[in-house]
Ligand binder design. Sequence first.
Ligand SMILES: [Cu+2]
Length: 693
Amino acid sequence: MLGHGRRIASALFAGFLVCAYHLPASAADPDIDRLLQSPVGKDWVTNGGNMTNQRYSTLKQIDTTNVKQLKGAWMTRLKGSGYGGKYSLEATPLVKDGIMYVVTGNDDVFAMNAKTGEFLWERWSGIDQKLTSVCCGWDNRGVAMGEGMVFLGQLDANVVALDAKTGKEVWKTPIEVWQDGYGITSAPLYYDGIVYSGITGGEYGIRGRLTALDAKTGKILWRWYTLPGPGDVGGDSWPAGTEHYMHGGASIWNTPALDPELGLIYFSVGNCGPDYDGSMRPGDNLFCASVVALNAKTGQYAWHFQEVHHDIWDYDAASPAVLFDTVINGQPRKGIAQAGRTGWVYILDRTNGKPLVGIEERAVPQEPRQYTAKTQPYPIGDATVPQCAQPLEEFAKAGCIFEAFWDEPVLVQPSGIGGTNWSPMSYNPDTGLFYVPGTVRTSAFARYGDAYKKGKQYNGGTQAAPIGSAMSGTWTAIGGTTNKIAWQKNVPFRVGGGGGSTTTAGGLVFHGDPGGTIQARDAKSGELLWEFQTGFGAEATPMVYEVDGEQYIAIAAGGNQGVGSANGDAVWGFSLKGQVNPLWPPPPPPTIAGPASGPIADNADTVKIGDQNIEFGYFPKRDRIKAGTSVTFTNAGDTPHTATSFDNGKIGAWDTGPLNSGQSKTITFDKPGNYYYICTPHPWMYGQVIVEP
Ligand SMILES: [Cu+2]
């Protein structure tokens, strides 16, 4: 029996059609459960395509020879939902039986005819527009489906079930309250009567967890805390006698994977809080920056692998864990891989969490005040982005990955947003390669400390990129048995924090681009074979489906706040018979950090934050005043912001402190000079005040 099961599972994950499934005797939705375990074909019924999260489609009508002919079959605007300065559009649409389900950054769900893009129903979330617990742009990465329902997590920390035929709410379960810093951005996973949902709030002092809910009723079946308490497995990795594990972060940003044969559910866990200050949390701080496996039915701990011990760099494991089967030294192996913000892909054995290709613990720089870990895991193989920062004249110190810091800014690559941030990688069993999105950026890390206050930002430092430093991206194919680069392409924009890739049996890799195009590459060589301008930042992961014998590629295009790409509310479907032409390119996102070379206002005594429907911006961004002038910073947006001095990586010489919507603070500039500033919760927002004598 065992041998039989193993053969089925390896065939299954290798991408061959099988006709036996791990269907429980009383499966609540045998059809969906079967699709969740099958190679992806006509339908795409969960965020990662199926429960492997491989984002690999067996459809091959569109291939390397004809992909150039792809055109829009349809384009639909989502009625202005999520079309505003605070939103990102990051959802992977689902398709079942010719119906597409997509969710926007406002948690509004739309059902559409997948052949025409026509609306069937819509459900507006009605969520509070003044949530203060959203760290990095309002977004929702997708929905799940099963038992005739569509499931979603909302930014206000509710999990909701909708009737898949009508969009009417069936149940709604609060996991926590957003006022305490909690939220949900990941697509849930449905399988065998259970909805699994991860929680976010790692920047707000939350206690992370995976929650399992009864799909029928919404009743919470169990919770597994990503921050163990005293006596729990990993509890001794937190300082004894403290309650720091109650607010140490460890969000889950993405959809779990699940192996029905092993009965395990797998997920990536984000950074510890406060992000850049380890001084009050000596220890490895499990299960921050880890891949974790649990019994899928009971939530019982199975194994974990920590990618970064005692994280102080915001080196999340945010991208989804991907299951794959392979052969190493003639032995069939069950793999799991995760692309970290460190720029490495961590390749493990999913039966036990041990390295599959090889990972070494190596000594790293020390800073006793931060309680830095003595060693860190170094995967054998190649990183997808540079791991040493270029020195800059204004900064005393530049280092490589895991360089330590205290209050003097230190330049490090990869940056605190990666490497690979939340963006999914894909795996193609035909090539044996992972297709990994990467961000090339420098962080100036500095610690300043932060007191924990329930529901408030809890970062303890900064990782903003130095003014004038370059930012770009990479697309890298990494070998599943070698962890080495098969091909790599440098691209102009940061792709590690948006988009993600999808791959097909047609020998293709599809991905969006912050500049607005959807692109197709040759899976073997990385050669760019096709691109098409969607008109908005193409920052969601593409998906693949078939209706009436015709293959389609779909992508949501609506920008990403962290990258600064153009906001929008579009979903595109592409096919070989498509007739719809591309749109004009939108304004491109920045490739240089800082307030850049925009116009300079003269003597503006007011700077508005989040005005003009651009939530993450200052107006004017650059201001020239006379010494002695007082400037009032007013938050005209929805989200709390700051204007905090940023002087070659050092912050806080002057600071408005957090300003909620409508609040103001006046700063007087007495001394002539050039004053840069950032928003500490959103360190991609930059402003400048030039003070003249
Ligand atoms: Cu801000």
